[in-house]
Design a protein around this ligand. Sequence first.
Ligand code: NAP
Ligand code: ZN
Length: 366
Amino acid sequence: MKYALSLSTKVYQEPECIKNHPEAFVLSGKKAFIITGRHSAKACGALEDVLDVLKENKIEYCIFDEVENNPSVETIEAAGKIGKKENVDFVVGIGGGSPLDAAKAIAVLCSNDFPAIDIFKASYDKVLPVIAVPTTSGTGSEVTPYAVFLRKDIETKMGIANPKVLPSYALLDAKYTAFMSHASTVSTAVDAFTHNLEGYLANRSQALSDVLALEGIRLFSECIDALAENTMTMEEREKLMFASMLGGAVITHTGVTLPHGMGYCYTYYKDIPHGKANGLLIEEYLKYNAAERRDKINHVLEIMHCTDIEAVGSVMTRLLGTAPKLTQEEVLLYTEQTMRQAKSIENTAHKTTKEDIYHFWTRMAE
Ligand code: NAP
Ligand code: ZN
């Protein structure tokens, strides 16, 4: 047996989490830089909860509220300049994975002098502390050293992986997720499921991450009917927020695999949300790894009360609908673009060549 566990983020999940943990803000500095998307942080009440704590504790703040879905390098560049000018001490990301990822990069750019595009290759020591307040239950970004950005120059999404960007605090309150649309609730939940599943089947999986991953898969399974029928209770929302955090802790240790590497194509070229993009690929991915991961896949089927891999595919179709048809040209383009995601490919149990990826996309195209 071999495992390693490293979770440097202080994580709290509870009702009224922000109000209950003012120390997260007080201990981080005297001026906060709040990073959000355009609407939801206000609409779901998370921004107001954070502002209340900052005001009560006389902590100054400024707000950048222009993070788009799948944040671009240009956005983090603009926010980094503002943060530097405002001389902020720490960064608070409020939102789904997009603002949380942006907050991590902005924390780097506020304390370094390189252009944002260099974040993919630069080495850096100084990073401002980050507090993460997730308002979706999906990415687990609040506990990962990853942040993913849209690269218009190479027409794909590309991530950074650096333990220095791990948030110092993650404050989780499932009440915020009740404001998500049904489609976002489902897509983000499927993202959490795929993190746990891919982490469980990854080459880098290990004894301890497997324990977390199986619990994440179990929690997701318990919510499938409510997700499909749009009858989510607060209890189920709490389970999904927990499953999402577990998925983040899993991929922090294992990394992601082929569905994430391939899913970026659906997101970039078809504007399919991140979680849905991964979920559409899951049935084919399980079949693709069936020989290498027979026992683990059987265990997942048992937990999900699925008789076979096709039944997991039916769960994904029930939740997400079907994958878009692709032209031969798209298959070729997606194959080339997937080849850029070397880490996801290497981490996949089935030893994967470019030809395999071409055949995978060909099967998805039908
Ligand atoms: P998201 O892109 O952050 O947000 C999607 C949409 O949901 C936005 O329109 C957002 O509105 C809205 N929204 C968020 N919270 C809401 C709430 N409580 N109520 C109502 N609407 C809400 O979605 P996401 O799936 O959480 O994040 C996806 C991003 O995370 C992708 O870029 C993906 O690559 C990345 N990711 C990162 C990691 C990691 O480890 N770092 C892991 C997986 C995925 P506003 O724009 O108004 O906020
Ligand atoms: Zn993901």
